[in-house]
Design a protein around this ligand. Structure first.
Ligand code: PMP
Length: 447
């Protein structure tokens, strides 16, 4: 079976040369934070699927909710109908989201949620009679998805090549990673510098041409880049001063990853104009995304009597089965107080992560927030030009995989975002393997 996959399946983000050559691990079963491959070997799922399996694997309640909704009403055309799960979930998300974010447009995942947010902004400015206000400020190393518009906003070098993109719609702000700042610069000064970058971009492009700023609260695929304190609040204020909307891409940070439903508020103390979410919304049991619009945006989208149709949507918008899965997932998270659990275990998780940074010379930076972590190799020991399997992240992933832990390699970094139900003992299990892996790599690197 693995051979059929090898020969006929072009995986996402995979080399085309790999078709017919690369064999993927076939995962068979999952329970809690663990996965088992087809040979029966057990692994801790360090990446939590792709930052999404919040409540862990093997939840019968989820299977039941999905089966029941499938039997009762598997599909309802969002063009003509609504369904109970879609209606209940829309209200629930409006309650959970900060401030006046009260209107939900359901999508099929994160990329389509981001596309929807960007199209809502375009729609709004066209309707306000200012079609030239359409450039989006994004950031180097950001990841916002694989659809045309969302990938245009993606600031990762590898994603910028090989495709045509709507380059006239985006302006990238420089890297905000505090790890790269000059040695003698404080975090406060770094934050000032990042605000200055944004001010310079606004001056260069012109506020009358900039529609919105899109930002992940923490840049995740960019390598768990935690902004300096105050960054989000100050960038939001600056945006609003210039009549620029703030889109918070919470596809990863939403649904408990930071110990709250959303990171925008209360973690970063901002009420954005639009929030996008997906992944943890259903714990990955079934695809679903959402774009949540504030009343301020919706009010400005209104008022075109001749043509007020928001021509954006998907066959599977508000899919009843997806919405039923999301509701069950949220119910489980509430009943088990998973947000409280994440708040309680985060200091321990982050403590063990920081200790690794102190202990191993090959680790240049051990950073994270909530249940997100990243180990970045010391720059002197890493070389971006190496083949992937020779880079730190892949090497660490390979040695840890042997010992039963999966990580997510990104070049000279390895990141992890385990299921939120992880216990303290399981945190130890995960970091003990990581430390054993780093001990082996240290010997190899001679560090
Ligand atoms: N935004 C962010 C911040 C993401 O991390 C991702 C996916 N990793 C997306 C958008 C795209 O989501 P999807 O893959 O569900 O389309």
């Amino acid at each position: 079976m693995t051979r059929w996959d090898r020969d006929h399946h072009l995986h996402p983000w995979a080399g085309v040369e790999g078709v017919g050559k690369d064999e993927y691990m076939r995962v068979n079963t999952g329970e809690g934070i663990y996965l088992w491959d087809s040979a029966g070997k057990r692994y801790i799922d360090g990446p939590g699927g792709m930052w999404c399996v919040q409540i862990g694997y093997g939840r019968e309640e989820m299977a039941k909710a999905i089966a029941e909704q499938t039997m009762q009403m598997p599909y309802a055309s969002p063009w003509s109908f609504t369904s109970e799960p879609a209606a209940v979930l829309a209200r629930k998300l409006a309650e959970m989201a900060p401030g006046d974010l009260n209107t939900v447009h359901f999508t099929t995942g994160g990329s389509t949620a981001v596309d929807t947010a960007l199209r809502a902004v375009q729609f709004m400015n066209n309707r306000l009679g200012r079609p030239e206000k359409k450039i989006i400020l994004s950031r180097e190393k950001a990841y916002h998805g694989s659809t045309y518009l969302a990938s245009t906003m993606t600031g990762k070098e590898r994603f910028k090549t090989q495709f045509d993109k709507a380059d006239d719609l985006v302006h990238f702000l420089p890297d905000i990673n505090p790890y790269g700042r000059p040695e003698d610069m404080s975090l406060e000064d770094w934050c000032d510098a990042k605000l200055a970058d944004m001010e310079a971009a606004i001056a260069e492009v012109g506020a009358d041409k900039i529609a919105a700023f899109i930002a992940e609260p923490i840049l995740c695929s960019g390598g768990i880049i935690v902004p300096p304190p105050g960054y989000h609040k100050r960038t939001l204020d600056l945006c609003h001063k210039h009549d620029i909307l703030y889109i918070s891409d919470e596809v990863v940070t939403g649904f408990g990853r930071m110990g709250h439903w959303f990171a925008s508020e209360p973690v970063f103390d901002i009420v954005p104009d639009i929030i996008t979410c997906a992944k943890g919304l259903t714990s990955g049991y079934i695809p679903l995304g959402a774009c949540i619009l504030s009343d301020r945006v919706v009010d400005q989208m209104r008022g075109n009597a001749e043509n007020d149709t928001f021509y954006n949507g998907y066959t599977y918008s508000g899919h009843p089965v997806g919405c039923a899965a999301a509701l069950k997932n949220i119910e489980i998270m509430e009943r088990e107080d998973i947000l409280g659990h994440v708040q309680r275990i985060t200091p321990y998780f982050q403590g063990r992560l920081r200790a690794i940074g102190e202990k191993f010379d090959i680790v240049g930076d051990a950073r994270g927030m909530g249940l997100l972590g990243c180990l970045e190799c010391r720059p002197e020991l890493s070389d971006e030009t190496y083949a992937a399997h020779l880079q730190f992240g892949n090497k660490l992933d390979a040695v840890c995989e042997e010992m039963g832990l999966l990580l997510r390699p990104f070049g000279n970094m390895a990141v992890f975002s385990p299921p939120l139900i992880m216990t303290e003992a399981q945190i130890d299990e995960m970091f003990d393997i990581m430390e054993a892996g780093l001990t082996r790599l240290s010997a190899e690197y001679g560090a």
